[in-house]
Design a protein around this ligand. Sequence first.
Ligand SMILES: Cc1cc2nc3c(=O)[nH]c(=O)nc-3n(C[C@H](O)[C@H](O)[C@H](O)COP(=O)(O)OP(=O)(O)OC[C@H]3O[C@@H](n4cnc5c(N)ncnc54)[C@H](O)[C@@H]3O)c2cc1C
Length: 486
Amino acid sequence: MGENEAFLAEAAALLGERGLTRDADLLQPWLTDWRGRFTGRALAMASPASTEDVSALMKLCARHGVPVVPQGGNSGMSGGATPDESGHALLLSLRRMNAIRRLDPQAREATCEAGVILQTLHEAAAAQDLRFPLTLGGKGSATIGGLVSTNAGGTQVLRHGSMRAQVLGIEAVLADGSVFDALVPLKKDNRGFDLKQLLIGSEGTLGIVTAASLRLAPAIADRAVAWVGLADPAQALALLRLMEARLGPVIEGFEVMAADTLGFILEVIPGTRAPIETRTAWNALIEIDLDSADSGPSAQERMEMALAEGFEQGLVVDAAIAANETQAEAFWKLRESASEAERAQGPALQFDISVPIAGMPRFMTEVAAACEARFPGTTASSFGHLGDGNVHFHVRAPMGQGIEAARRWLAERGQDATEYVNDQVVAAGGSISAEHGIGQMKIGEFARLTAPAQLNAVRAIKAALDPQGLFNPGKLVPLASAGPAH
Ligand SMILES: Cc1cc2nc3c(=O)[nH]c(=O)nc-3n(C[C@H](O)[C@H](O)[C@H](O)COP(=O)(O)OP(=O)(O)OC[C@H]3O[C@@H](n4cnc5c(N)ncnc54)[C@H](O)[C@@H]3O)c2cc1C
């Protein structure tokens, strides 16, 4: 029996029939990333049912030297959950571990296993008159383990922070199979290094998150959702600042999108329609939320007041406030369909960038124009979380000669265009990964653009916590030979 066969026989005995498969049809959907950019192969797919299973499996992997690619909902945007083409790695799906172990309405905390789907947590919290204040377009598939491991952001970061701000505790299995149990939600804990914080955003390279305890917020008592047409992103930012000054910390979401992204959505997503008649160059989706402790004017009145002032100041071209929940959901559907509609446009380079907020409007317009001029035939535009200084900046390959020519362009010029945009991000003092992580998609650029002090620390932490290099090889942590030419 070969080494792999011996490993697989032991893994099968450990995990049982439901816990391990080599069936190509069952594996196939999980071997390509959501964007369809990366496809890999795997030795098998393990689906453990408990933390004890994960622990025993990791001990087995360490003994046989089998690398592991953790995977949740496979909705990640950087190819982090897709194994390489060698077929040596075990795909470790956490989806079967999908219990909400505890939901405490008094403490406003939930303890979820890694495989709990974000939408399921939303529904469970809502049933207790609470909410989990983080959402994103992939909420129907993204899991708690994936959200923790990518330190996901989404559309409520402006008010509530990213995943890191929601995590109170973590349970994880480390490289030797030991269980790191820090689930107890301590507000203060200064026992030296905080391994929990290190695991958040580590993209499956330091450990397997098996559960997390999470902060919940009071349910929304009253909300107003508006769709606003604007001339440019500078006006959008000015409107956000005006609303913050007038309304205080009640703005739950402030998302922007260029006219072309809205056009794609209306074209490809069934049942969508434009909320305002005027076709403006830019659009903003704004949500104001009040909880039951908020007294005074309703959310609708506050939205009307702020937008009226925005009109007076020449910031708003046109606006519609959702008349009811159905309309509010329809406005949000537009925003949450942006990635899917962009994907349908064909080959493109996707950047998930952040720059200091004040510099974002200039970046969105000037860098897009400069990019189109430098790479003729491309179109560049952005959508996303302006209030966080984070947008998804897309450069679409020239489509004039058809899709095959566009794919060739991407193969031939994609790297040049990637370096061009990322150099602009760095020049603006920004980050080439605001919320999607590094995965395999950005590992080369991460190595090229990151200072040796940081790269060395990243490699040292990886070597200390995963000395055999078993966790998610080829993701996030660049090889020692890769790095900036200093
Ligand atoms: C339509 C759409 C919209 C999106 N919008 C946003 C957005 O606004 N903001 C945002 O931040 N993201 C967004 N995403 C990306 C994605 O939903 C997030 O990155 C999410 O956190 C991924 O969760 P997942 O369970 O699908 O993880 P996967 O894709 O399965 O994995 C992501 C990474 O985490 C690792 N991982 C997964 N589970 C574990 C675990 N239990 N332990 C250790 N490592 C693990 C994987 O190895 C991989 O590196 C969007 C995705 C889609 C499809």
